[in-house]
Ligand binder design. Sequence first.
Ligand code: HAM
Length: 429
Amino acid sequence: MELSRPRGTRDFLFYQMKQRKMVENTLKRVFESYAYQEIKTPIFENLSLFTQKSGEEIVEQIYYFKDKGDRQLALRPELTAPVARLYISKLQKSPKPLKMYYFGSCFRYERPQAGRFRQFWQFGCEIIGGKSPETDAEMITMAAHSLKELELEGFEIHLGHLGILRGILDEVNIVEKDQDHIMGLIDKGEREKLLKFLTKLKIDDNTLKILLELIAMKGNPQIIGNLKKILKGREKALNALQELEELLEYLEILQTDDYLLNLGIARGLDYYSGMVFEIYVPSLGAQKQICGGGTYNIIETFGGEKIESTGFAFGFDRLMSALISQGIDWKVSPVADVFIAPISPKTRKESLKIAQYLRLSGISTEVDLGRKKLKKILSYAHNRGIKKVVLVGERDLKQGKLTLKDMETGEQILINKDELLNQIDVLKK
Ligand code: HAM
């Protein structure tokens, strides 16, 4: 029997789960402070949900299968398309804007390497029916706020606008499908293939020059002046630039100023239409992108109304790697606050009773289930980082007493059984 894990998957042990839970809880807290509500969608969906408008690269990476009813299903590679499906089927009539967040695993058949897995987790959000640019500004601010709350250092927010690139391509009559392909090549940094494709499309030299210049443009908001000059006469692109400028004003209002404009951001998924952003942690190396998102039009593509939608997703695993390599002090709480140790077999039942009483009083308590000798119990409790052990002795118990041992100082005190039960709060310290 094959006992190894499938390639590109991982197991998470206790301490890793505690760290992941802490990050998940922080993200939940921040997202909820912006009035987002959690949703959950299935791990698998109909394959067609992802083949319509997700992009060539993602479609190639989909894990798909036929079920016993001959239906074509896919493990979700991302969650924006499922959320759009959910919106169209259940939420179109809800008051707008609709703010939703999710945390779940995604599957992509990629070549596994550091930071790139076949099963990975996304913590993301979508807002449907908000008006740009304040919606976009609030969302980018929430992403930055989350990372600050997690005390992540050295992250870079790169902000672009696909309306500029698509605007230029629209005006020279490049159809959407070819535009999507162009975005994919820009996203992957395939310059040679991009040049070849643009030449094949017979794009005029001036437009070609402008496109290449644009996708290499990075800098602070001062580059906008330069951009205006480059885009002179290209109305659609200039309108998108105007939108981007307004977004920057709102970002300033929300005190988010630590970003870089990067017109080369094209995103790897086809549904984006306007503002796009990515967050990098350069110390992670090749898989440095910990977050990606933007405004998109997938709902209309799926047959829903034309409605403004924006979202992003953190790559949770990459975020964890960045925090771990930074040496965050996790302050992980021990497995339990108290350990109840029966000293003799005759006090076993009473020990279980005491343990249960403490649990019902809100104190996490472990009791010896291994019928171990005291020495082994103490070393077990020590290894689990438990700070207080209650020794339940037969003679003590007859006199209504218990021994409370402080595992850090080694100090032992004899207390009344009632006193232990009354001093529950002291144990928590
Ligand atoms: P994405 O950029 O494809 O966007 O994925 C979001 C994040 O997931 C990436 O920035 C990256 O950190 C992480 N990620 C992607 N693939 C892998 C992998 N194989 N292993 C580990 N981490 C990975 C989306 O999926 C969009 N749905 C985001 C969005 C939400 N846009 C609008 N709303």
